[in-house]
Design a protein. Structure first.
Length: 221
């Protein structure tokens, strides 16, 4: 399965008119497919698995911006900190501390999104609102090698778009509440919500970054 060029170009036009960044979800996709999309101008790619993204990163152009969007285990952080552009799935203080530690070893400040659990499904990862408040009150400023640049959330997997909309609306309200509290290591600018099935609702509810795979690459392998 190669890239759907027409769908990609239409998507870029639609997102561009809303000033929304596209992260092309390339998990399970081959180096050749990613390069094909890169050659069309795509620079932001999202991966879910540490081993997969490290292998691809070593074989593809250096100016690709790799986003880690899957559940990240603390013991695997060190494998991606030298090159990762944005870790979108920070869901615990323990993980944040490890990213900071590995960022220091690599002499990098690593951009992160805090993942908030908004879906009414137990299988999704993320902080609830109380955990988010606790983490933010745990003096983010002491972590000099991370930068919290936004929030990420995944809506319920459902055809009920009103339910999805209410979950996105909830995340936007949390984002707005904390966006006023800007410090040197905490500047909420990115609201990453919306995937292939619901990105249009996410954009209507304030998303400025979407994670889309199957619309571009076809169904997952």
């Amino acid at each position: 399965m190669s890239v759907n060029k027409e769908a990609y170009e239409q998507l870029i036009a639609d997102l561009g008119s809303h000033h929304v960044t596209l992260v092309a979800v390339s998990k399970t996709k081959s180096v050749e497919e990613i390069k094909e999309l890169y050659d069309l101008g795509q620079k932001d790619f999202g991966e879910n698995y540490v081993q997969e993204v490290t292998e691809k990163q070593s074989q593809l152009p250096n100016d690709i911006r790799w986003h880690f969007i899957g559940h990240l285990q603390s013991n695997k952080v060190k494998q991606i900190t030298s090159f990762i552009h944005l870790i979108q799935s920070v869901d615990s203080l323990k993980l944040l501390q490890e990213i900071n530690k590995q960022g220091k070893k690599n002499d990098r400040v690593i951009d992160c999104l805090l993942q908030v659990h908004i879906a009414q499904e137990e299988t999704k990862f993320g902080l609830d609102e109380n955990e988010l408040n606790d983490l933010l009150n745990n003096s983010i400023s002491q972590y000099q090698n991370i930068q919290i640049v936004g929030l990420m959330g995944m809506a319920s997997l459902t055809d009920d778009m009103e339910k999805v909309r209410s979950e996105f609306k909830y995340l936007r309200s949390i984002f707005n509440k904390h966006a006023k509290l800007q410090t040197s290591h905490f500047k909420l600018q990115t609201l990453s919500m919306g995937m292939s099935s619901d990105y249009f609702v996410a954009i209507e509810e304030g998303s400025n970054m979407v994670r889309i795979g199957s619309l571009i690459f076809g169904a997952r392998n």
